[in-house]
Design a protein around this ligand. Sequence first.
Ligand code: HEM
Length: 452
Amino acid sequence: MAQSAGLMPPGPRAPASWQLLRYSLSPLPFLEDCARRYGTPFTTRWAGYGTFVMLTSSEAVKDVFRGDSQALHSGEGNEFLSASVGRNSVLVLDGDHHARQRRVLLPPLKGERMRSFFDAMQTITLESVQTWSPGQTLAMLEPMQEITLKVMLQVVLGIKSPAQFSEFTGKVQRVLELGRGRHGLILIKILPIDLLQRTRWLPFFRRMHDLDVAIFAFIENCRQTALAERGESVLADLLKASHEDGRPLSDQEIRDALVTLIFAGHDTTSVALAWILEQTLPRADVVQRITDELHQVTAGELPRADQLNQLVYLDAAIRESLRLRTIMPFVVRLTKSPFTAGGRDYPAGVVLCPCSHLVHQREDLYPEPQAFRPDRFLEKHFAADEWFPFGGGNRMCLGMAFAMYEMKVVLSTLFSKVLLARPPGCRSAPIRRGIALAPHDGAIMSVAKRLS
Ligand code: HEM
């Protein structure tokens, strides 16, 4: 029988502002500490955001991921993002409107359309790798950021010319560098965001406006271009798409979709790549297996698109890194009516959070959870409630297939061109960087030698 809705799971009694501050400053230790003290599920209250329940049992996570989209809202829980991604963004919508936006955005991010970006991904990676010289020390997050942003700009806007790359890269970076602060979660609740957005007193909104001007001009330009010349990009798709009543998408709707994909798809993937290098490079056995596999498949040549799915160990190493190095610790679902998860009844108005960070540490699923062991993913298929760095259900990351594909292209190209090493004694701690948790030092590596 389900437990009564009046009884919320236990959790810290400290004031909600204190709990928000603790989570903002050290998210993972806060979650781990609560799980140790109160068990799971546990309840935490964050000033301005509401009551959050962290879920880790397979049953509870499954219930939430299978939950009805009218009963569980995610967009409302993400409302604070609308100042940058806009009110039409798939991230902040719920219900039918959300489902329609997903249908428009998904096709270019999977299947053949996604694979058609292989050459662009590889060329962009090679251009970056060619600038590295033996002996050089690099915080890997920086080149990974440059690569993933260029890929996103090409996929989303169809940009190919160096001048346009540099214009948009500069403008996007200038916005994101201000949005990456550790105190973002707190500031967004204290400041009068609507007023600041209209008046553009804050540099963040001035820079956002600057990016918007460039994007609206780009959309207008593309509208004037003949269909065939627009090429393949999400923007070209959106210009052809229409609402169910036949109306074309407005410029504002298109802008919100483009900014959503660029913002959601770039920082997350670059951080994931930096963590994968941070995890794999200090382990000689793992690097050896990645390079042996690459050599077996490509015979020392650059990897080709048709060879990617033979790189099963690389795939497992990526999955293991996403398990062990949390990018987003949990996902959010606001209950709109009473909801039962894991045999417990919750009232409306509570944010239920399948917590990937804590599930990925469960000893019963991952024996010796702190050990980096890609073989786990070769020996067993983990269910959607056991491994979910990309969330799940009807809100599952729209870019999951794309990100997995892009990471494989970037890493296989990189491992076939250079030998990197982790300088002894380096340790990377996770810190908040916008919505993602990134290595505090950017994952320092040195270039040991070029392979060809
Ligand atoms: C390693 C890279 C990435 C990680 C770890 C990641 C993770 C996530 C997570 C945890 C969510 C929330 C899912 C949920 O609520 O259940 C999400 C949503 C989303 N992601 Fe990603 N993501 C990554 C890459 C990308 C890329 C490359 C794109 C776009 C090209 C993208 C676009 C989106 C969008 C649009 C959503 C909102 C989906 C919705 O609300 O329906 N992400 N992502």
